[in-house]
Design a protein around this ligand. Sequence first.
Ligand code: SF4
Ligand code: SF4
Length: 249
Amino acid sequence: MHSTGTRVQKHIGDPVSDTPPVDYDALQEIFDDIQSDIRYDHELNGCLNCGICTATCPAAHYYDFSPREIVQLLWTENLEGIYDAMQEKIWACAQCYTCAARCPFGNSPGGLVMLMRESAIKQGMQSAKDVLRPFTRVMLKLISTGNQLAPDMISAEHFPDWGPNISKVDAPLKALRAAIPMPTLNTTATAWEVNLKTSVELYTIWEMTGVLDQLQTIDENLFDVISDIMEEKREDYEDWLDEQDDDDD
Ligand code: SF4
Ligand code: SF4
């Protein structure tokens, strides 16, 4: 099935509210990118348009968002609709996968949303930049340590925006800490102290899987900061390896 929508100019990355439609080839390129992902055929097998996914979707209760609509857009290859959904709607999904457990076709609407999000990031869409901007600190920690949350962070001091609700998780903190098997992950002081070799391997994974390229498209400053940290750690690691060689001689 193919889109029959109008084919007038639009610039990728512009918010949908104040932009005209995108060039057809660009729309097709975005859809091809989503569809070419190895997960696509596992997550979309057909669609009855029954709405079970939307009825069970928590995000659909609170936002102008419907997994049924997302699946239908992809199933019918509605290129303009797919592009429009990528400007706002796809970011409402909570990635809980309740929809995937209920769909009679075995589809995973949440998984398809994830593919659309990844494509939005790759395309450097403004919606992806806007959504990810508040998470710069989290992304920095996650990419530089592989971990951004330790149980000792679950405190009123770290989450002032939770207000009195923090007491619900603050109280059983001992139990939460005990549930984490490795003592090294129990506090920020230890969880964020990553072994040099592990750090270098982590950066290499981010680099080789294209994560850093994607980061560069959405946040050039964060990319620069991480590249500097990475370079420094790689040099430290090389020095450490040289020292080991010297000791062996
Ligand atoms: S994705 Fe599945 S549950 Fe949702 S409308 Fe289509 S067939 Fe129904
Ligand atoms: S994964 Fe997303 S689309 Fe599916 S039920 Fe959860 S919030 Fe809704």
